[in-house]
Design a protein around this ligand. Sequence first.
Ligand SMILES: [Fe+2]
Ligand SMILES: [Fe+2]
Length: 268
Amino acid sequence: MAAPTIQDILNWLSSLARGHYPEDCLYEGKPENAATGVLFCWMANAGARQAALDSGVNVLVSHEAPYYVTRNVDPGCPPPEEWQVNQNIKQYYASHGVAIIRSHRTLDAYCIPRLFAEHLGFPAPAVREGYEGYDFTLVYDLPRQSFSALTAQLGKKMQLATVRASACDPAKPVSRVGIGWGGVSLSTNLQYMEKLRRHGVEVVLGGEVDEYALEYYRESGMEWIELGHYASEIIGLAATATDLARRFPQLKVECYRDAARRMAHYAL
Ligand SMILES: [Fe+2]
Ligand SMILES: [Fe+2]
């Protein structure tokens, strides 16, 4: 059987979700080229880019954006394509002949929040709502327990030494939780958190939480537990890599796990 082309990989990825999302496409590389292998990653950062070269694969599939961007860049600031970091990334793809595909909302719709909840040992969702199969409202009823017991249990499941969480009464009993996996619990996505609140969610499970969002949680009467943006999404990315390997058994498929990406905590 002939090696799959990059277009074959694109077609397979777009078959995973009912919706089609403009950010999910080929950013660098030629679709007609044969794929020598695929490396899935949460971000196509320097470590992932080097790992692709070390493994001899010529396709990266990244969940987050391949270039660093911000919305609404002021006219006084150079546009993102002129930033040093993005020029270095562009140079990498040009000189190594590696292709980069983003698969963002496609993989969120396909499996990422569902597999995060399964990893945490949750039952079937009590509420599952969304749009064209993208279920961004996911609510679970857990056995009633104290907030501190829930925090400890989830931290252990994610193999965390410490857990960042809201400063409520640790003995507060909670049972209804909502998923704010990845960056869904950030302030840029508060609309989805408000949907969780309307379903009676007591605790939001991120992902990551910024301080603007945590003020919203406090004023909305919801607690939050932060389990990690990368950590909550890499589970689904690894599963997708396994699924692609099943679809193209002759293709080398790997998932880049970026332990060194994690930040350090300093005791003062
Ligand atoms: Fe995501
Ligand atoms: Fe994300």
